[in-house]
Each structure stands twice: as structure tokens, then as C-alpha cells.
Ligand binder design. Structure first.
Ligand SMILES: Nc1ncnc2c1ncn2[C@@H]1O[C@H](COP(=O)(O)OP(=O)(O)OP(=O)(O)O)[C@@H](O)[C@H]1O
Ligand SMILES: [Mg+2]
Length: 431
């Protein structure tokens, strides 16, 4: 495996797990996240790519493996391990419903658990390789039927950074630097056209940083009055303005120890820019209506689909704030500049949406891939995802997605003359 495996521990009481976490992280090198309860586990799974879940039995015993049962359907390739209390009664039904890989009884034995985790991950890797091989075998078997384009190299293996899926060199480089940037404390500025995955990248950075166990708070700064934005982020004292009927903590302090993602940062007013600059310089903020400054420790990740350097040149954005924000600066390239990602993304979205609605799609035809890689995608990945979701909804069980399922807008689109690079062809939807 080319990346560290991620283990999610769903504990009733995190303190009991300290030795186990240390052992898995320090001696085995896994990335370990600990959450409490199913709700927090499901929220984490939205942002984080997890390989294996270890969940403690919940109360009551009959529904104690409910989370794992849910994961069996929503995340079938995550390995599931259940931890039972020493005296828990037989739970045969729960175990078979959740199709768990293994259960262990308390007291926790760090070495035993680590061994089971290791074996579970090996099983997962074998299953993954088996899937790829059988897919390749089926594709070569059906090459005539599928009208495989001879000039398309067989397939590019997809890579992942949490929920970001990609195959292109450009994204691989960007994600490598983002992984390193995540481990620092510097602010990050992410720029790029709409729908390129800026928010997904911000979330991936948070969950790969030392702040991952603390909150990630998201604020869209577009279209908000100054007063509202100030109070959302920095909080306010009761009576600070009409309608402020009680004290408000504010997002920054709610995220203390964690990360605040400020979306559409280009839209904030000059006076808000001053407040933000002060915060970045001093680490202090003043709630509206208060004369006391408070210390708050958050990391800022900001995003914009307008280039801040241009706004600085036009005098619309403070240069000192721009420099503060870009501890690291990432430009997420538009999809048309990384067409190698189109086949793997199309396959990923086809699998995701066909699973969601229970449709059995066999795969994507090479001619459809060919059409997609020649299209400009002004709405970038969001537009590609919407297109595939629509095609999956229209397709029938047992069919391939083909050009005839394309939306009229894409059907009519004139192809770009030369795709910048030949994509890898990947034609099968994962079972
Ligand atoms: N590399 C990727 N792999 C999988 N899904 C992606 C990828 N990039 C983007 N997406 C999906 O595309 C959609 C848009 O992504 P996101 O919201 O992160 O974009 P954005 O750059 O923040 O867009 P905007 O500027 O409009 O806010 C989301 O549904 C996201 O899950
Ligand atoms: Mg966004």
C-alpha cells in the first residue's frame, strides 16, 4: 500500500483506549482517529478515508452493532471489528447482520488488537487487488463489445487523499505538498475555479493535521454583512447590537484547537480584513460589544475562486492579509487541465451513485470516456458528478453508461480540439 492506513476507533470512553491508540500509531505507524458514538463516527466518515473501524458495543445489546451494520451497506470496503464487554451476552445476530471481520472481548489487549487490525488490513488489500484483476479480466473479455479505443492506455490507477480521487500528475504533486503542509501550523490559501474540490482539500488537510481531534468549522464569507460575519466568527456579547439577546461564542472559539475554513475569502469587507489580520498576527480576537481580547488557537484555511493576487493589484484586498493567509498557497487546477482524472472520477461517481440508488451499472463505455475528456467542464468536478449522477439515474440495470445517456448540453458540446493529455481508460464500476 502506498499510504498509511487509517483506523477509526468508535469508543464509549476514549481514556480507556490510550494505550491501544499509542501502540497502533507509534509501533505500527497507522493513523488513528478516536471518536465517541455513532453520530461522530458517521460525520468523520464524510470527510476522511477510513480503512478499518473498531467499534465498541453500544447499548442496548440487541442494537449494539447498529453502526457496523450501517457501514456494511454505506462503506462496504471498510473492515469492521467489534469490541464486546467481558460479560456481554451472545450477540450472534448482530454479528452476522454487520458481517464483522472479527470480535474481541474486553479487557483490551493492545497487542492482540493490533494483530487483528493488521490481518484485517491485509484482507482488505487482497480483496482490492482481486477486484482490480477481475475487472481487467472482464474488460479484456468484452473488448469488442465495449468498443475499446485502441489508443487509450489500459487504465490509470486512481489515487486518493481522503475524499479526493485523482490520477493526474498535477493532483498527485499538489496532494503530496498538501500532506506536508497539513503537518505544519501555517495558514493555507486554496484557490481555483468553482467545483474543483477546494473544500474537499481543506477538509483533507484538517484531518491530516495534528488538529484532527479538534473541530473543523466552516464559514462561507460570501454575501454576509460585516456585523453578521464578525459575530458568527468572533462571537458577541449580549446587547452588542439589536437582536443580540444572549452571548455568542463564535466559530473561532468553538473551533479552539482545531481549524476554521473560510470560504470565499475574497468577499470580505476591508474592515473585516483588518480584524482577520489582527487575529492572524496576534492570535487574539475581540467579540463584538466586548472590550476584552481573548486568545484563541485555530488554524485558518481560506479558499477563493477569485485570484487574490489580482485583487491585491486592483487594491481590493489587503496585501498584508494576503501574505499572512498564504503560508502555503495551492491552486487546484481546472478539470480540463488534468483530463487524466476524468476517467477515474467518472468511474468513482458511477459507482457511488449507482450504489446509492441500487442500480446495477456494468461500466462506462470507452466512447463515453472519450467524449468526456474532450469536454471543457466549466463547472469542473461538480459538473462531471452531476452529469454522471443523471446518467446513472436514467440507465437501466445491467447496462453500460454510453454517450446516448449524455445530457443534451454535453451531447451538443463541440469537442476541444486536442485534449492536453491522453487519459487512462478505466471502464468498470466497482462491484
Ligand atoms: N478530486 C475529487 N474527487 C472526488 N470528488 C470531488 C473531487 N473534487 C471535487 N469533488 C466533488 O465535487 C464537488 C465540488 O467540490 P468542492 O465543494 O470541494 O469544490 P469547491 O472548489 O469548493 O467549489 P466552489 O468554489 O463552488 O465552492 C463536491 O461534491 C465534491 O465532493
Ligand atoms: Mg467551496
Amino acid at each position: 500500500m502506498d499510504r498509511t492506513s487509517t483506523i477509526l476507533i468508535v469508543a464509549r470512553d476514549g481514556t480507556e483506549w490510550v494505550d491501544v491508540v499509542d501502540h497502533l500509531a507509534d509501533d505500527y505507524g497507522y493513523r488513528v482517529l478516536v471518536v465517541q458514538g455513532s453520530a461522530e463516527a458517521l460525520a468523520t466518515l464524510v470527510d476522511v478515508h477510513v480503512d478499518l473501524v473498531v467499534a465498541e458495543m453500544e447499548e442496548p445489546a440487541e442494537s449494539g452493532a447498529a453502526l457496523l451494520t450501517e457501514l456494511r451497506v454505506s462503506h462496504p470496503d471498510i473492515i469492521r471489528i467489534l469490541i464486546l464487554d467481558a460479560d456481554a451476552p451472545g450477540i450472534g445476530r448482530a454479528i452476522s447482520q454487520a458481517a464483522i471481520y472479527q470480535f474481541l472481548r474486553k479487557p483490551l489487549d493492545a497487542e492482540q488488537l493490533a494483530l487483528v487490525v493488521k490481518r484485517g488490513l491485509e484482507t482488505r488489500e487482497l480483496a482490492r487487488r482481486h477486484r482490480i484483476l477481475s475487472r481487467e479480466f472482464k474488460v479484456s473479455d468484452n473488448a469488442g463489445l465495449l468498443d475499446l479505443h485502441p489508443s487509450l492506455p489500459f487504465r490509470a490507477e486512481s489515487m486518493r487523499f481522503e475524499k479526493l480521487v485523482y490520477a493526474s500528475e498535477k493532483m498527485a504533486e499538489l496532494c503530496d505538498v498538501a500532506r506536508q503542509a497539513a503537518r505544519t501550523e501555517l495558514p493555507i490559501l486554496i484557490q481555483g475555479e468553482t467545483g474543483t474540490g477546494k473544500e474537499l482539500l481543506a477538509r483533507a488537510v484538517h484531518y491530516n493535521s495534528a488538529r484532527k481531534a479538534s473541530p473543523l468549522q466552516v464559514q462561507n464569507c460570501g454575501g454576509m454583512s460585516d456585523e453578521l460575519l464578525q459575530s458568527e466568527l468572533f462571537g458577541h456579547k449580549r446587547g452588542a447590537f439589536t437582536g443580540a439577546i444572549s452571548d455568542r461564542l463564535g466559530l473561532f472559539r468553538a473551533a479552539d484547537g482545531g481549524t476554521v475554513f473560510l470560504d470565499e475569502i475574497s468577499e470580505v469587507s476591508p474592515s473585516f480584513q483588518v480584524s482577520l489580520l489582527r487575529f492572524l498576527q496576534e492570535g487574539e480576537l475581540k467579540p463584538l460589544g466586548s472590550d476584552k481580547s481573548l486568545i484563541c488557537n485555530v488554524r485558518i484555511i481560506a479558499a477563493s475562486n477569485r485570484r487574490l493576487s489580482m485583487l491585491v493589484a486592483k487594491g481590493e484586498f489587503r496585501q498584508d492579509l494576503y501574505f499572512r493567509l498564504k503560508g502555503f498557497e495551492f491552486e487546484v487546477p481546472p478539470l480540463r487541465d488534468r483530463v487524466e482524472d476524468i476517467p477515474v472520477l467518472a468511474e468513482f461517481f458511477a459507482a457511488k451513485h449507482s450504489e446509492a440508488i441500487g442500480r446495477k451499472i456494468l461500466g462506462i463505455s470507452a466512447s463515453l470516456i472519450e467524449k468526456l475528456v474532450h469536454y471543457d467542464f466549466p463547472g469542473n468536478i461538480r459538473e462531471l458528478e452531476n452529469e454522471i449522477r443523471r446518467m446513472v439515474a436514467l440507465a437501466k440495470d445491467g447496462e453500460y453508461l454510453t454517450t446516448r445517456n449524455l445530457s443534451p448540453a454535453l451531447q451538443a458540446a463541440a469537442p476541444r480540439r486536442t485534449p492536453r493529455r491522453r487519459p487512462g481508460s478505466c471502464l468498470r464500476v466497482r462491484p
